[in-house]
Each structure stands twice: as C-alpha cells, then as structure tokens.
Write a protein that binds this ligand. Structure first.
Ligand code: PEP
Ligand code: MG
Length: 847
C-alpha cells in the first residue's frame, strides 16, 4: 500500500549539491525558512521535484512553492538575491494554482544574466512549512537531473499549512505621484510590497485593492494629493507599512522629469480647417512624409466551445513569450532611457496581474478561446480606467491595450512585418509603447493618433526620441488612405492632409536646415565656447551617473556642473556604503578625463524619500527637512558621503557642492566637518567647496557666503519655486514658473555681484541654463559656467559664440526693470534675433 505521508523530491536541476549552511544568504544558511538542499545549477530550466499544486509563484518568477500530496510545501528559490532582478531573466512556465507532475518544467531562467547581476546561482529547495516533516537525504555530491534527492515524511506533529500571522499595521499617506496612482507608481508600490512577507492592501473611497494587482490599484482612480489607507498583515507588517507609506509619499525622480514636459504639450486643440486635421501636441516638431498605417490585431471568430486545458496552456505560453520579449527589449534599451525602462517594468508587472489573469482564466473555464478571453479581460479593465474621470489613468488604458495586442499576436502566431516608406508619418488609432520600440528600428518622421493623450507613455517616449507626435486627432484621421502626403506641424497641433508639392518641399527644406544646424553645432561642440569679444563660458553637463558623464563628454561637455548624487541612493533597499559611494564618484571623475566634476551632496528629504531612511511625514515637504538640512537629523549619512568624496582622486578635479543652503553658519559648519574628516583620513589637499544658490535667502546673503565658498551654482528650478511661491511641479502653473522672471534676474545679479567681491565664480545648473534664450541674460549678469542637459551642449555653445559679452551686460541691465517673465522673454527673442543677424551683416559688409 502506498505511504501517503512520504514523498520523494527529485533533483529539479542538474549540478553539484551545496550544503544549505554554505548558501551565501543568511536566510537560507540559517535554515530560518526551513530545511532542505541547494544545487549549483548547470542547466537553465527548473523542473518540478514532485507532483503538486503551485501555491505560490513570485511575480518576479524567481521563486515558487509547490504543495505536495502529503502537505509539504516545497519552496524552490533560484539564485541568491535574484528578487532584485524584478523578473528579468525569469520565464515561469506554470501559473499559480496549476497542478504539476514530477519532472514538469517550471521556470526557464537566463543563467548568464543571473550570474552577472546576482550573488550566486545556487538554487535552494526546502520545506517551508516544517517542522511537521522529517527529511532523509538520499544523495550527496552531484545531482543528476530527476535523481531522487530527499525523502520527506509527514510526522503529523503539526498541522500542515503555513502558519498564518495575524499581526497587522495600518496607516495613512498622501499620494505624491504626479497624476496619481497610474501604472508606474502602482508598479513601484507592488515592487515595494513584494519586498516583505506581509500582505498589503490599499484602501481609498471605501474600496480596496490588493497591492499585488496593478489594475486593481489603478482601478481605484486615486489622484495626486489624495489620502489613502495602507493595511499590512503579516510578520513584518510594521516595516512593510513604513516602506509603503514612503513609497506613496515619494514622487519618483523620473516622474519629476517626465512632468516637465514642454508647455506646448498642454496646448488645447486648435480649430480644424479645410485640408487640415487638428490634434493635441504630444511631442513638438515639424515633419513631412507619406502616411503609413499601423493597425491592431483582428480576432478570428470563436464558437465558445473550447477545451479549457488547452486554452490555459496556450495563454501561459503566449504570456511567457511576451514576457521574454519585453525582457529582451528592456535589456537592449540604450543608456539614459529610464522612462522607457520604467514603462517596460510596469508592463511586466501587468502581465502577471492577478485581477487580469483571474478574469481571463474565468472566461477560459467557460469555454472561451484564450485570445478572446484575454481580449475581454483587458477590455473590461480599460473600461474601468476610462470611466474614472481621471485623464491620466484613462491614458494608462493604452498600456493595457499594448499588452492585449502583444499577447494576441503571440497567441495567433502573428509576427509583425513592418514595411514602411522612408520618412513615413505613422498613423494609428492609438500607438503603444511597444509600437514605438518597433518603430525605433525604422526611419520614421512623425506620429499621429486618432486617440491618445499628451501625458501617455507613448508621448513620453516620443518626446525622448525627438519625434513629432500629435494625439487626439479624431476618427477622420483613419479615413485617410496610405501614402497620402502629410505635413505634421506638432508645435501648432496641425496635420495638413492636402499639402501640395511646394508646401512639402518648403517643410522638407526647413527640416533639413534644422538637421544641418544641429550637425554643425555637434561638430563644433568639442571646442570651448567663447563670446565674440573673447569671454570663455564653460558649458558643462548635469548628470546622474558615470555612464551619463561619458555620454556628456562625447557631446562636448567642458565638465560636470552638477552630479545629482541622490540618484545613487534612491530606488534601492539599503544605503550605498562608503566604498560603493567612493567608487561611484571616482567612476564619474575617470569618465571625464581631465575635466572638473561638481558633485552635489545628497538632496533628499521633502518629497524625495528613501525606503531605508524613514523621515517624519511633513505638512509642507518642500519647506521641510531637505537638502543640506538632512545633515542636521542624519549627520552620519553626510559624514559618510564627505569621507567618500575626500578619497577620490585627483581632489583638484572634484568639487563638492551643498544644496539648499540658507545661512552662512551652515556652510562654515560643513567646512569644519570637511577639515576634521580630512584630518582623520590624513588627506592634505581637498576638494573645493561650493554652494547652490536655490533659495532667495542664499542669493540675498551671497556676499557673505562668498567669503567661505569657493564657487556658486544657481539652481534656478528651486530658486523659481521659492521666489515665486509656485510649486515647480504644478501642472496648472507650469507656464508661469519661469526663471526669466525679473525678480529672479535681480537675485542672479545679486549673487554674481556678491561672488565677484571675493573673486568667486558663478555657474547655473538649473533648467534655465539649457534655454538658449536665457544665454545672453546669464552671461550679461556675470555667469561664467552653464551646466545643461547633455543633448543641449552643442546648441548652447553655438549660442554663446553668437553673442558679445559687453552687449549682453547692457542688455541684461535693461531687463531688471521689466514687469513680467513674458516681457523678459520677448526682449530675449528680439535680442537673439539681432545677435544672430549681426555676424551675417558684418560678413556682408566685408564682401
Ligand atoms: C535646481 O533646483 O535648479 C537644481 C538644479 O536642483 P534640482 O533640480 O535637483 O532640485
Ligand atoms: Mg534644487
């Protein structure tokens, strides 16, 4: 008679057996999670060690638990610390709730990727609901795939089933994410929740969503600034709650940048006329080319009488294929495309969404074909998102539509063969982020959609690629035949559908001129920028990493004017230690050859929080413990950073800059601390110490600060916010938070005068430095360095070369008396036009 209490676990992988206590992760080596074995794998598919039900499957695909016939729960965990890969490199071949047989493939994984990015490939198999089970080892040394490894006997001393902890913690948080809890913030919350054992739920307006489900969270329609309740249940509920509150209250840095879309994107739709359709500008620019259509998948008819098992399997295979494809796209993204990476990560999370999958599987159980089931599940969720009355969430339906199309194509075996004419304007009902990745391999001139919104992910990607894009044009767009010659003037929100040959040629000339100008500027970008009367202006770059620094150098940066060091600290579970920081800063210096690098000390606090550094919630975070003030509450964090900075070499090329300084004593205190730390480390020569001028108090005290600072760099983003009392991220005030306001110009002048009294130099690292209209004003007021975004270097250097510094000084004095930012802008336009005309006039006179 078979013994129902005993099961045999067969080797799920081939490879040498490793004693559990030698696994390089204390959670496993201490057997906290249970007893078992570990294997150093030689193959890349994990197989079922016994028959059982999949009772847990990590969304990230790196771990799962099977419940065997005798109640034992067998945890299979691939590699050490693999959760941080967030699903990349793992393709589960089974789903939660599946019954599997012994030897069935469970997860395929990319051995190279795991080996490169994680501590170890060693894979653990243990009984996670002991101690009611006795274990007998049947094998030592090398495991052959499928060989009997362990005998597991239920001893009956304890009820089977995992102990349930009822510890719970709850708290409230206000949503800081731009536009509310849409796909990317929801994915961030889900990722945070996955770091804990506790189960987490978010409650809003008397409805609840499991944080495991992106669509459920998005479906609550939580807007920016709304207050939500978080409830965590489990053994680590308190820590989970703290981390989740921080995640809700922290607007990610990427979003802050995405939120700074050009103001033209907020332009309403202009009126249409004959031969013209109008839409909303999602990415500026002008283009001309033939119309090319990109259509969605059409579903074959379904008789509703399908075999559920076969359809479940078909869906699983299609999902795994799409997951694999997204993963591949993610890995091949060029550097600096954080927006695209975040979008793909959200898509990966949506593919595993329990609400979506549950819905699709329910349809399949009723006999519906997998393609129709998946399509309906997505349609239902899209309708929910569109009915919430939140435009940003409605636009996220596009991400679901994207996944609908990708999975359908995988299910129906359709491969996409794009045949586009050169320089096509691609037209569709609605394009998806993956369409854009596909189009990136073709030479496309512009994009135009019948539906869509200016803040959608596609719009973000189009802007990042410099591809003009018009959205919300209406269904009439789809009636235009392929090949129609079009002029897309995204700046003006217009699509010309009856352009004649003359108009097409005119636009083509304009586009060509822009391209040539850019090429000329790029060709001269490696040379230093000197005004016509010989003043050298250093054009440096703002970066966040050594990779970006290398890119900036290639684009012609004279140095790094701002390294936002907080990027090293955010989006990770623990703080980087001194050694890691030191090598990160050194890498930036190394990337820049002989050129100087300004490293700003960590600027978090306020709305930029760190998971591992919970700070008290604040009523007015931008007026709270941020920037250098963090040093008051966590001095050891600042000391650690200063120590790391003091150890990079050469110190002459490294400049330390302090954010949010408001009084002289703060600077003096940090200088003393630097001296003390340098003494302790035995370092003689030390980096220069500068101050960011980004609050009015610092500008007003510039002369006093200059006694103790080596240099200044003006942060016009925050200086505008604090001078104008307007939130720099406020969508409704975006057009008015303009650093060319005369009040700011007066503060900039004061800063330059104060610095000059003590022989210090002044730079600008806020966004105003990247605006070519502002270049004459800043040079005129006495700024010597402009730190800009890397793609802007060539253009700003070209602008400097057109100007005469003495004329700029006279011009900028006249601006101080103007009455608004708009008046200053207009004066700048006129001045720039004049300056550009002058060299041409001088050349004409010489002929
Ligand atoms: C600024 O405030 O202008 C600045 C450069 O700093 P950040 O944008 O990082 O706040
Ligand atoms: Mg700032």
């Amino acid at each position: 008679m078979p013994d129902n209490n005993k099961i045999i676990l067969h080797a799920p992988l081939a490879g040498p057996l490793v004693p559990l206590e030698q696994v390089p992760d204390p959670v496993f080596s201490s057997a906290t999670l249970g007893d078992g074995v570990a294997i150093d794998p030689l193959n890349d598919v994990l197989y079922a060690p016994c028959a059982g039900e999949v009772v847990q499957l990590a969304r990230t695909g790196h771990a799962l638990t099977l419940r065997a016939a005798n109640g034992a729960e067998i945890l299979l965990h691939i590699g050490v610390d693999t959760v941080q890969l967030q699903g990349r490199g793992f393709s589960p071949l089974v789903a939660l709730g599946d019954q599997v047989s012994q030897g069935q493939p469970l997860v395929r994984f990319d051995m190279d990727l795991v080996a490169q990015h994680c501590v170890s490939l060693v894979t653990v198999m243990l009984i996670s609901n002991g101690p009611g089970f006795g274990l007998r080892r049947l094998e030592a040394g090398n495991a052959q795939l499928g060989a009997a490894l362990l005998e597991v006997e239920a001893t009956g001393r304890e009820a089977n089933g995992r102990p349930v902890s009822h510890e719970s913690a709850r708290g409230h948080a206000r949503v800081a994410h731009h536009g509310g809890l849409h796909a990317r913030p929801a994915a961030l919350l889900r990722q945070t929740a996955q770091g804990f054992q506790s189960h987490a739920v978010l409650r809003f307006a008397e409805r609840e969503a499991d944080l495991d489900s992106l669509v459920a969270v998005m479906g609550l329609g939580v807007g920016e600034g709304a207050e939500v309740e978080l409830i965590c249940t489990g053994p680590d509920s308190q820590t989970a709650l703290l981390a989740l509150i921080a995640a809700v209250q922290t607007a990610s840095v990427g979003e802050r940048h995405a939120a700074h879309a050009p103001t033209s994107t907020a332009m309403p739709k202009p009126a249409a006329g004959p031969g013209m359709l109008t839409g909303v500008c999602a990415a500026p620019g002008l283009a001309q080319g033939p119309l090319a259509r990109l259509d969605g998948v059409s579903l074959p008819p379904d008789n509703g009488d399908n075999d559920p098992a076969a359809q479940h399997q078909a869906l699983n295979t299609a999902l795994a294929e799409v997951r694999h494809a997204i993963d591949r796209d993610w890995r091949h993204l060029p550097r600096g495309q954080e927006d695209a990476a975040a979008i793909l990560e959200a898509h990966l999370a949506l593919l595993d969404d329990p609400a979506l999958l549950g819905d699709a599987r329910q349809h399949i159980a009723n006999g519906v074909a997998a393609s129709h089931a998946w399509s309906r599940a997505i349609d239902t969720q899209c309708q929910i998102l569109r009915s919430l009355g939140n435009p940003l969430l409605a636009e996220r339906a596009n991400d679901l539509y994207d996944l609908q199309q990708r999975v359908l194509r995988a299910l129906l075996g359709e491969t996409r063969q794009l045949r586009l004419p050169p320089s096509a304007i691609v037209v569709a009902h609605e394009l998806t982020p993956s369409d854009l990745l596909l189009l990136a391999r073709h030479e496309v001139a512009g994009l135009c959609m019948a539906a869509g919104g200016a803040t959608s992910h596609v719009a973000i990607l189009a802007r990042a690629r410099g591809l003009p894009c018009l959205v919300a044009v209406g269904e009439a767009l789809l009636e235009l035949p392929a090949g129609t010659p079009l002029v897309l003037d995204a700046d003006q929100g217009r699509l010309e559908t009856e352009a004649d040959a003359q108009r097409l040629a005119e636009v083509q000339r304009h586009v060509q001129q822009r391209r040539e100008t850019r090429q000329r500027q790029q060709a001269a970008a490696q040379q230093s920028a000197r005004t016509r009367d010989g003043q050298v202006i250093e054009v440096a770059a703002n970066v966040a990493s050594a990779e970006e620094a290398a890119e900036a150098l290639a684009q012609g940066a004279d140095g790094i004017g701002l390294l936002r060091s907080e990027f090293l600290f955010i989006d990770r579970p623990t703080a980087p230690d001194e050694t890691e920081q030191r090598s990160a800063y050194q890498a930036v210096l190394d990337a820049m050859g002989e050129r100087p690098v300004i490293i700003r000390t960590i600027d978090v606090g306020g709305d930029k929080q760190l998971d591992y550094l919970p700070l008290p919630a604040e009523a007015n975070p931008v007026l709270g413990l941020r920037g250098i003030r963090l040093g008051q509450v966590r001095p050891e964090l600042l000391d650690q950073q200063l120590r790391a900075l003091l150890q990079v070499s050469p110190q002459q090329r490294c400049r330390i800059m302090l954010p949010m300084v408001t009084e002289v004593d703060e600077l003096i205190a940090i200088r003393q601390r630097l001296d003390r730390l340098a003494g302790e480390l035995g370092i003689g020569q030390r980096a220069e110490l500068g101050v960011m001028i980004e609050v009015p108090a610092a500008a007003l005290l510039a002369e006093r600060l200059a006694e103790h600072a080596d240099f200044f760099s003006i942060g016009t983003n925050d200086l505008s916010q604090y001078t104008l009392a307007m939130d720099r991220d406020h969508a409704g005030l975006a057009a008015r938070v303009d650093a060319l306001h005369p009040a700011l110009l007066r503060l900039i002048e004061l800063t330059c005068q104060g610095a000059a009294k003590h022989g210090r130099w002044v730079g600008v690292c806020g966004a105003l430095a990247s605006d070519p209209l502002a270049t004459p004003v800043l040079i005129g007021l006495g700024v010597a360095e402009l730190s800009v975004s890397a793609p802007q270097i060539g253009e700003i250097k070209a602008q400097v070369r057109q100007l005469d510094a003495a004329a700029c000084r006279r011009f900028s004095q006249g601006l101080l008396g103007l009455s608004s930012a708009a008046a200053v802008r207009q004066a700048c336009r006129d001045f720039t036009a004049q300056s550009h005309a002058q060299p041409a006039a001088a050349a004409a006179l010489q002929q």
